[in-house]
Design a protein around this ligand. Structure first.
Ligand SMILES: [Zn+2]
Length: 497
């Protein structure tokens, strides 16, 4: 947790406008949102930044293929992302468009500062350039036959005269930083490969293109444009309020980022180039850069940031955003590759949400209505709230899991608690107990109501809408005297025919 007064700063990539939003983009944004909601709910102010990058050759080509101008396409795709995030409940604070004037200015100024210091210099580059990746490759990095390793297509020879970033200068400092900050790159499996790569020696990298129409002009050399991938890194700074004067008050209260989430294909850029650029600018590095895995889709290939288009809107049409959010983080450990299948989603929905969590809430609300004189208890009764006391002890574990981006283990704990509560109700046989010992049943239900209030808080980062409905049903926040009637409501997760 950051020190007092500093905002907890979370970023997703500034997504490249070479495709409409799909599950790969959504996964990063949802993970960032889960973390952001958790941190906010615990009382720390959050700055959550996401966005889209309308610059670059791939965006321009996609625009041309659709018969629109790059600017129009960037607008359209940004609006698409913002709509998708709304639909998914991604509650960001800033949506950065790299084509916004304040972002372009910040990117140009940061680049200019690195030019002045000599860390960016005009030079020559021998290598290949894949316009579909909008990225440069050296000979050793190409696939067999000299093809782009991603697209397996013949790249173009890279133009000779470019601006280069003196990355080679920062190899030692990067290795020292990795060693001194073991949590900086995560998960650990991916981090090891990065240290190996840096240890093998870094070369200076091209950070411009001779393509004036495609982005922010290089200061004092308008024939060159800042390469979009490098520009998007500097866009993190500009979006947060960095400027040539040092930065806005917002920037000073948020920088450095506490968690920067990226897909695995962007890890190298964020684990090597990005911290080196920050070192060059004399700025503090993020606390953590985390690369998650990819989702494979049913009947299709990989859908990372460079994959095909499965719109989040399609995926949530049938089950709602909460269910998709729950499924993505429950099905596969964050950090590993996942496989998306409608059957797996339906199975989890039926057994864990409709029957498990939803069933638990319906039963307790109904029993509370019948046996608690239509009054929800305002305080857990110390003597009888044994289950509540036990569950409350895992609250800190769930928080620690989420803060470590271990979303799967957090949901395992929630699921385990829900199962335990359902088993507890089966064992007590409430209707029989009501006849035999009404006081014991009341005491049991008091305990259950408080357990459910706890569960409603736990699921909030993952399923904000369902949590809000649970909290309303359990009259959280409005029941200081316990004088609130349990609300009858439709099931949280209706059974599917
Ligand atoms: Zn490529």
């Amino acid at each position: 947790m950051p020190e007092t007064g500093k905002k907890f700063f979370i970023t997703t990539p500034l997504y490249r406008a070479d495709s409409r939003p799909h599950i790969g983009h959504a996964y990063t944004a949802l993970a960032a949102d889960v973390l952001a909601r958790h941190i906010r709910a615990r009382g720390t102010e959050v700055f959550f930044q996401t966005g889209a990058d309308g610059h670059g050759e791939d965006a321009a080509r996609t625009a041309a293929g659709r018969g629109s101008r790059p600017g129009e396409w960037a607008e359209e795709i940004s609006a698409d992302f913002e709509r998708a995030w709304k639909l998914l409940g991604v509650n960001y604070d800033r949506f950065v468009r790299t084509t916004d004037p304040d972002i372009e200015r910040g990117v140009r100024d940061a680049f200019g500062r690195m030019l002045e210091s000599g860390d960016i210099y005009p030079g020559r580059y021998e290598g290949a350039y894949c316009p579909l990746c909008d990225d440069f490759f050296r000979e050793g990095e190409l696939a067999e036959g000299g093809l782009c390793p991603v697209h397996k297509k013949k790249p173009e020879p890279a133009e000779g005269g470019v601006y280069l970033f003196r990355l080679s200068k920062y190899g030692k400092a990067l290795l020292e930083h990795y060693a001194a900050n073991p949590g900086f790159l995560a998960p650990a499996g991916r981090a090891g490969a990065i240290a190996g790569l840096v240890g093998a020696g870094l070369r200076d990298i091209p950070v411009s293109r001779r393509a004036p129409a495609l982005g922010v002009p290089v200061p004092s050399d308008p024939d060159h444009t800042i390469h979009s991938r490098f520009g998007a890194l500097l866009g993190y700074l500009a979006g947060a309020g960095w400027n040539a004067g040092g930065g806005t008050r917002d920037f000073l209260s948020a920088w450095p980022p506490d968690a920067q989430l990226v897909g695995e294909e962007a890890f190298r850029l964020h684990a090597v180039t990005w911290p080196a650029a920050l070192m060059s600018l004399g700025l503090p590095l993020p606390a953590r850069v985390y690369a998650h895995g990819r989702w494979t889709m049913e009947g299709g290939g990989k859908h990372g940031a460079r994959g095909g288009a499965v719109s989040p809107a399609e995926a949530i049409k049938e089950y709602g955003a909460d269910t998709l959010r729950y499924f993505l983080f429950r099905e596969t450990p964050f950090g590993l590759d996942g496989h998306f299948s409608a059957a797996a989603l339906a199975r989890r929905y039926d057994s864990e949400l409709a029957v498990g969590l939803g069933g638990l809430f319906s039963r307790v609300i109904e029993l509370a209505g019948e046996h608690l004189d239509s009054r929800l208890p305002a305080k857990p009764e110390e003597a009888s709230a044994k289950t509540f006391a036990r569950l409350r002890a895992i609250d800190a574990d769930i928080a620690a899991d989420i803060e470590a981006l271990a979303f799967g283990p957090a949901l395992d704990r929630v699921h385990g608690a829900v199962e335990e509560l359902n088993r507890g109700i089966e064992a007590v046989k409430p209707r029989a107990l009501a006849a035999k010992d009404p006081a014991a049943l009341k005491s049991f239900l008091n305990d259950m109501v408080w357990c459910l209030r706890l569960v409603a808080g736990w699921v909030y980062p993952f399923m904000p809408d369902a949590s809000a409905r649970m909290q309303m049903l359990m009259s959280i926040g409005g029941a200081e005297t316990g004088g609130v009637e349990p609300q009858r409501a439709p099931p949280l997760f209706p059974r599917k025919p």
